[in-house]
Design a protein around this ligand. Structure first.
Ligand code: UD1
Length: 423
């Protein structure tokens, strides 16, 4: 288990490139299982979560080759013979549950481990299962596994309303629906750019999908799908993370490249309200930090609302704002494990219910802090970059799940971060 030693404070200046999106790549990988033809996915980030899903997919007999240097993933599911996803793999990453829709869609049957708990409380999968039942699947539980079968070997399709709107369940239902015998309508579907990219890729394979990017997605089942050759989207959460990191030091002037500024939803306008100077290009965003960050409160919502995956970073920035602000998470109400750690660094943050009440600005001082999940982890690194002294962020393996070569990227624009093996 490695730790980071972060010397601060350091401004961020220069150009920093965004990698391909983790959350968009995972459904694309599952989609490649729907066809007997080989697929290529480009701009895939070199991350532990990608390696984990590769290993889940290999259990089925599918060939997976990941050229991590070229960020190119080749998936050939022509010999898919075992429609199963075992606990040993699924427990490492919840998105492995995409195997349920993919295997049901491809084989008409699936045996997929139920994912376990999560660092920030319960994360149910009831909508995934109820939705696939509405498409015609028989589903029951056996020894921690979800056993699913499509009568006659093929799902029929059907109508299902999500409540709440779920990214994962939308993906699983689309995976089940594209090769069904009939038509599927998903109401209150997730509108995330990741879902849109996934539906675009499937459409390129020959799937008949309309309405993606709106709350109603319609899928007409089809018999045959081609392989895909698809370029994965840039990681919008990494983009937002770098934007916030730049805003936190008054001398920062950072240009984020290889991104899609259109993917950030409500985040961009709220970010502008903090007083940053932003120049938005076609695939770049230049952020010049304000002298004094203005306090701006946020509430997480489904896309295009403010993303839950950026709330910890936002709260961290608000510790440096001049005034009081509130960060409320309505999507995942327990996602605040970073709060006591920020307090250890000298921040004034109080957690009540699912809202963090922040008073700024507070000069942060180095301390040892521990991360408990991916976004909490990156927030502590960001706090360390403005704290006085050498902050130790322990257990950075969480970061390696979701940020490709984070310390190298940040060091190239002025940060001083060392990775140290931790006993
Ligand atoms: C995805 C992202 C994750 C992000 C989250 C919310 C991936 C791999 N992960 O997770 O980074 O934080 O979207 O934007 O893309 N819910 C139910 N029943 C279900 C499923 C979900 O009640 O069956 C609820 C959840 O508890 C939550 C809300 O729906 O309150 C949204 O969750 P969901 O969109 O499903 O999150 P994930 O797809 O797991």
């Amino acid at each position: 288990m490695d730790k980071f030693v972060i010397e601060g404070p350091t401004p961020l200046r220069g150009h920093i490139a965004v990698s391909g999106s983790k959350n968009a790549a995972l459904p694309l990988m599952a989609a490649a299982l729907l066809t007997e033809k080989p697929s290529v996915i480009r701009n895939v980030p070199r991350l532990n979560d990608i390696h984990t899903l590769n290993n889940v997919i290999r259990v089925t007999g599918t060939r997976v080759e990941f050229d991590a240097g070229a960020h190119e993933l080749r998936i050939d599911a022509s010999d898919l013979h075992t429609p199963e996803a075992p606990y040993e793999q699924v427990r490492k990453m919840r998105a492995s549950f995409y195997m349920l829709g993919a295997l049901l869609g491809r084989c008409g049957e699936a045996k997929v481990s139920l994912p376990g708990g999560c660092a920030w409380g319960p994360r149910p999968v009831n909508l995934h299962m109820e939705g696939l039942k509405a498409l015609g699947a028989d589903i029951h539980m056996e020894n921690g596994y979800v056993i699913a079968k499509a009568p006659g070997g093929r799902l029929k399709g059907g109508t299902f309303r999500m409540d709440p709107s779920s990214v994962g369940a939308t993906v699983n239902l689309v995976l089940g629906a594209v090769r069904a015998s009939g038509t599927t309508v998903i109401e209150n579907a997730a509108m995330e750019p990741d879902v849109v990219a996934f539906c675009d890729a499937l459409t390129g394979m020959g799937a008949v999908i309309s309405g993606h990017g709106t709350p109603v997605i319609t899928i007409r089942g089809t018999d045959h799908l081609q392989g895909m050759d698809f370029r994965n989207a840039p990681d919008r959460i990494e983009t937002g993370t770098f934007m916030i990191a730049a805003a936190m030091h008054p001398d920062s002037d950072l240009t984020i490249t290889d991104t899609d500024p259109g993917d950030l939803g409500a985040f961009t306008e709220l970010f502008r309200q903090t007083g940053v100077d932003m120049e938005i290009g076609t695939d770049t965003i230049r952020v010049k930090a304000p002298k004094h960050i203005r306090p701006v409160s946020v509430i997480t919502e489904i896309y295009p609302g403010f993303p839950t995956d950026l709330q910890a970073q936002w709260a961290t920035m608000m510790t440096q704002a001049y005034g009081a602000s509130e960060v409320t998470d309505n999507i995942y109400i327990d996602r605040f494990s970073y709060v006591p750690e920020l307090v250890r660094l000298g921040a004034d943050v109080e957690l009540r219910g699912n809202t963090a009440y922040i008073k700024g600005p507070n000069k942060l001082q180095a301390a040892s802090v521990m991360s408990t999940d991916l976004r909490a982890s990156v927030s502590l690194v960001m706090a360390g970059m403005v704290a006085e002294g050498a902050t130790e962020a322990l257990r950075v393996y969480h970061l390696d799940r979701g940020y490709e070569t984070l310390e190298a990227k940040l060091n190239a624009v002025g940060a001083r971060i060392r990775r140290v093996p931790q006993e």
